[in-house]
Design a protein. Structure first.
Length: 132
C-alpha cells in the first residue's frame, strides 16, 4: 500500500548531572491510499538520560508514552515503554552493549493488548573507529 506521512517532532536537550537529559514530543499521521483501515494518528513523548561514565563505559535510560488512534476501525492503542542500556568499549574497534526493555500496550480491542520484555546483547565491530 502507498501512504502519505506527516510528522512533527519537538526536542530539547540539556546537560544534567554529568550527562544529557533529552525531552522529545511528536505528532504523526499516516494516511493509506488502498487500505484505509491502517490510517493512524499518533502522539507521544519520550524522556531520555544518557551519561558517559568513563572513557569506555556509557549508558542511558528512557521512558516513552505513545497514544495511537486508528480512526477508521475506531481503535486506540496506548503504549508505555521503559528502556535501559549499557555500552562498553572493549577496544577502539569492538563495542559491546546490553539493552533491557519493557513495553506495554493497552488497546480498545482486547486481543491487541500485550506486554513485551526484551533483552538485547550486542557485539559490534567498526573497521573505521573514532579516536579514543
Amino acid at each position: 500500500d502507498i501512504f502519505t506521512s506527516k510528522t512533527l517532532t519537538l526536542q530539547y536537550s540539556s546537560g544534567l548531572g554529568g550527562g544529557t537529559a533529552t525531552f522529545s514530543a511528536f505528532r504523526s499521521r499516516r494516511d493509506f491510499e488502498l487500505i484505509q483501515e491502517s490510517n493512524e494518528d499518533a502522539k507521544g513523548a519520550n524522556i531520555q538520560y544518557s551519561r558517559l561514565f568513563s572513557g569506555r563505559v556509557s549508558g542511558s535510560a528512557s521512558v516513552t508514552y505513545t497514544k495511537t488512534l486508528f480512526p477508521v476501525v475506531m481503535r486506540e492503542d496506548t503504549d508505555r515503554s521503559v528502556t535501559t542500556s549499557l555500552q562498553y568499549k572493549f577496544t577502539r574497534t569492538v563495542l559491546g552493549g546490553l539493552t533491557l526493555a519493557r513495553r506495554t500496550r493497552r488497546s480498545t480491542i482486547d486481543s491487541s493488548d500485550f506486554d513485551e520484555n526484551r533483552v538485547v546483547l550486542t557485539i559490534a565491530y567498526n573497521s573505521l573507529p573514532a579516536r579514543w
